[in-house]
Design a protein around this ligand. Sequence first.
Ligand code: MN
Length: 463
Amino acid sequence: MITPETFAARRTRLSQKLGRPILLMGCGTRLRNLPINELPFRQDSSFLYMTGCDLPNAAALIEDGKCTLFLNPPADDDALWHGHVETLEDHKRRYGVEAVLDAATLESHCKGMKLATLAVADAKATRRAASLAGIPLSYGKANGDDALIDAIIAMRQIKGREEIEELRSAAICTAQAFHSAMSGTHPGGSEAHVAALFRGCLAARGLSEGYNPIVTVRGEILHNPTYRNPLRDGQLLLLDGGGERETGYTVDITRTWPVNGRFEGRQASAYNAVLEAQLQAIELVRPGVRYREVHDRAAAVLTQWLRDEGLLRGSLEELQASQAHAAFFPHGVGHHLGLDVHDLEQFGDRAAYPPGRGRDENFGTAYLRMDMDMAPGMVVTVEPGFYVVPAILRDPALREKWGAQVDWDLAQSWAGFGGIRIEDDVLCTDAAPEVLTATTIKGVHDIEDLVGSGIPAIERFQP
Ligand SMILES: [Mn+2]
């Protein structure tokens, strides 16, 4: 839970940083074809961060730390269709703001103000903010006032005590959902069934999903969006999912397990390598360490293993220079996490790369989503992986780039392996890194014990 006092303190801090009035627009609902049928609503994360208000079509005007919320008043027949309806006065108490006014009066209140504002993922709300502030805005491109964006990034990327508690709580429920999914996995089952176990477990605990979970035996398809495959003996199943609390905080966890409950030959070898890469990388989540070093450590451990397997050839120095690990680990090791699964990513690399530091041009490392110097209070994911991706193995440019450094024929013999990713959410502290998602099992023996056991997670893992 985040208290109204915390939201008020954030607004005071933001006002002090900006020194001028701030208009924050919330998003509105979107329709699922029919006017009566709305998609599930999720408020803009910066709006949530500053107000805690998750009502659609809200706006907040912040002047000297004082906040006026602009909300749509209830319609006359709302009580008939939606039950109890809160008044604007109820909302004023609930959110601890100085005033709540009818949203229709926003224009008249903002008249003549030199506003700092932001674009949001709602074109209509963004147009309204642009018109009120008299500046061009476009979500994901012209995101708004630079000073406001920088202030919000600086605040949101360092998590406070209550935010950490939210993430811990989301992590415990998500662990139960993972354990439920593992215990219900067996040959002859289906991705759809495992996805239902995972999502049902989150829903039963009052959580939504921070993003659409990935549940697939084709783990090499990094963001596989469907759940259509049957589960077969000998396959690996990859699940990347996270529960989101009512406050908006989400975790982001990936586990990979064998459908039949036994890591066999190559699976065991690869799994242990990815796990070792992840454990070593997590150890580096410490103040002052550049995030790129976390990525490089994971890549180095995997490179060593790929050489041992014969998939890569050459000296470690040469392989590091050519980043040949990306033939099998083609993405970055992680990203910021918090109110969004890729936290602050709507501001592009501004929140992820400091001035003077940019994206690597090499295939693979170019997908590294951040490269900040880490600081206490930052929460990042650490998620190395190993994948056998047909599109990479037959890519003429990549085959030429790495040449004899990759044993392409041997790699071909791994076709159909799928992919392994192990992902946890890690809090940078003054001391050792804290794995917020440590309750979700990842040890080989723990996984082998649980997969296919049919033991309801709620009995076995109730905290
Ligand atoms: Mn992630």
